[in-house]
Design a protein around this ligand. Structure first.
Ligand SMILES: Cc1cc2nc3c(=O)[nH]c(=O)nc-3n(C[C@H](O)[C@H](O)[C@H](O)COP(=O)(O)OP(=O)(O)OC[C@H]3O[C@@H](n4cnc5c(N)ncnc54)[C@H](O)[C@@H]3O)c2cc1C
Length: 478
């Protein structure tokens, strides 16, 4: 067993992703002696930054853009800015180029966005205006497990459109290519075919957040989020040990509670006889969705996008129309590799000059592919960016790629390359990781799960960890 300072703790947390660190902080600030154990050599899980291509180019290995981070009620309560975190906002949160030099543009301002959508201006306002106005009231309900809402009318304004299939909602509400494509691109973050129920939820959340809080990146890279959380933990005397891939419960020091920032499968493996056979079978039956193929580029100059807004945007959705995006997402789900995949592109160095040497830039891009895929999508991604940025290829100095097995090797939570902690379809979003009144608890009163495989699911917000810590505080008998 690697060295820890004490033989026993109040809580041991397995995994130092944003949820593991958040769970640790939430317990440590209540006076609990906490220990976080991490398999990798550095903390952070999906919030790490590395020089993946060339010296001086700092790439976000996983998460990059943080609307859920800046909106998170728990992160806000911690005042992470006092621990070195600085949110950097791009001039434009998101641009979505279309053929013919057109683009849909998601601005910080709701008015500016709506006006840019022409004949869909009123429909856009009807969907988003009151959600944006009451976002700070809405976020705590969105980020907790489904229960009796504290603001039922407001929650219904969010929940009714959120429950709809994104393809249906976009076609019913909007008539322009721009408004439909903008919504489809945001909804596609759910990694499901867009005709599925509930696929609008992430689209509505992301678009309202662009107006309510923005889509920032973290100065210096997403690693700064993990470092800030670790700094808060240290302030409360929490401990972290890296380089410790936990395999069995027997390796861990005694504790009153164990929290798993892991996939259900890893929790089942580690816990062994500590959990009943039937419960472990239910964990093993947890379903994962498509994976990703990712490319990080080092660039000699900014991407030469045809549309001016794309040159100012922190995120660019490359995928064309609603029909094209829907087809690409269906392909990944049904085991095919799209010829022109929908790509999520991050231009962090536009808002944060620390990411690359002066005048040079980083670019972060990934597309969804069938789970476990080893197909090299780099050329397809590069060509698809060229569709809206002719000459892009000539700006590339170096690139680094990750296919699904490499994503999983990097972080064992990303099974088959699934980066969102498990399929978020209608059954599993309501019952993750298994159907249970308190989703964070297990039949063993000492064992809890706190990863993105619990509500409110994937993204860097720490709310799975915070909610799990609250479950621990309510449940464990002193
Ligand atoms: C390519 C990519 C892009 C993404 N983009 C975004 C984005 O832009 N914005 C956003 O909000 N989210 C994004 N995400 C999703 C986000 O990173 C995750 O949802 C989030 O990190 C989940 O946090 P977590 O704490 O649940 O788990 P993780 O961040 O996965 O952390 C889990 C940690 O537990 C450790 N661990 C697992 N098993 C063990 C074990 N047996 N022993 C010890 N340690 C163990 C792992 O090594 C890991 O460090 C992205 C993810 C990826 C991969």
């Amino acid at each position: 067993m690697p060295r820890t300072t004490r033989p026993e703790y109040d809580a041991v947390i397995i995994g130092s992703g944003p949820n593991g660190l958040s769970a640790a902080v939430a317990l440590a600030r209540e006076g609990w002696k906490t220990l976080v154990v991490e398999a990798a050599d550095t903390i952070g899980g999906g919030t790490r930054t590395k020089e993946l291509t060339l010296p001086g180019f700092h790439h976000d290995v996983c998460s990059a853009v943080h609307p859920t981070g800046i909106a998170s009620p728990f992160f806000r309560s911690l005042k992470l800015e006092d621990h070195g975190l600085r949110w950097m906002h791009p001039e434009v949160p998101l641009a979505h180029p279309l053929d013919g030099g057109r683009a849909a543009v998601l601005h910080r301002s709701l008015d500016e966005t709506a006006d840019g959508l022409g004949r869909d201006r009123i429909a856009y306002r009807v969907l988003f205006e009151s959600l944006v106005e009451h976002a700070q009231v809405l976020y705590p309900s969105i980020f907790t497990p489904i229960g009796i809402p504290r603001h039922p009318v407001l929650m219904a304004r969010f929940g009714i459109p959120a429950a709809m299939p994104a393809e249906w909602l976009a076609r019913s509400l909007f008539t322009s290519d721009e408004a439909r494509a903008l919504f489809a691109g945001n909804a596609a973050h759910c990694v499901l075919p867009l005709h599925h129920l509930l696929t609008s939820a992430i689209g509505v959340l992301l678009q309202l957040s662009a107006h309510a809080v923005g889509w920032p990146v973290a100065e210096g890279g997403s690693q700064s989020i993990a470092s800030a959380l670790a700094s808060v933990l240290k302030k409360h005397d929490g401990e972290i040990v890296c380089g410790w891939p936990v395999k069995t419960m027997a390796e861990l020091p005694a504790a009153r509670a164990y929290l798993f920032d892991t996939s259900p499968a890893v929790m089942s493996r580690i816990s062994g006889e500590a959990l009943p056979h039937g419960y472990r079978q239910r964990l093993a039956a947890y379903r994962h969705g498509p994976g990703i193929f990712k490319v990080d580029y080092a660039l000699s100059q900014p991407v030469p996008w045809t549309h001016e807004a794309c040159r100012k945007a922190g995120t660019v959705h490359v995928g064309g129309t609603l029909d094209e995006i829907a087809a690409s997402e269906r392909d990944a789900f049904e085991g095919r590799h799209s010829e022109r995949p929908f790509i999520l592109v991050g231009q962090q160095s536009l808002a944060d000059p620390t990411r690359a040497p002066a005048g040079k830039h980083t670019l972060w891009a990934y597309c969804h592919v069938p789970a476990g895929s080893t197909v090299d999508m780099e050329q397809r991604i590069t060509s698809h960016i060229e569709r809206f940025a002719p000459g892009f290829r000539d700006t590339i100095l170096a690139r680094h790629t990750m296919n699904c097995p490499q994503v999983e090797a990097y972080n064992m939570n990303y099974l088959g390359g699934d980066i969102v902690g498990g399929m978020a379809d209608v059954t599993q979003i309501l019952t993750r990781p298994v159907a249970r009144l308190n989703p964070y608890s297990t039949p063993n009163p000492k064992l809890f799960i706190c990863s993105a495989s619990t509500p409110p699911a994937g993204g860097v917000h720490g709310m799975c960890g915070f909610n799990a810590a609250n479950a621990v505080l309510r449940r464990v008998v002193f």
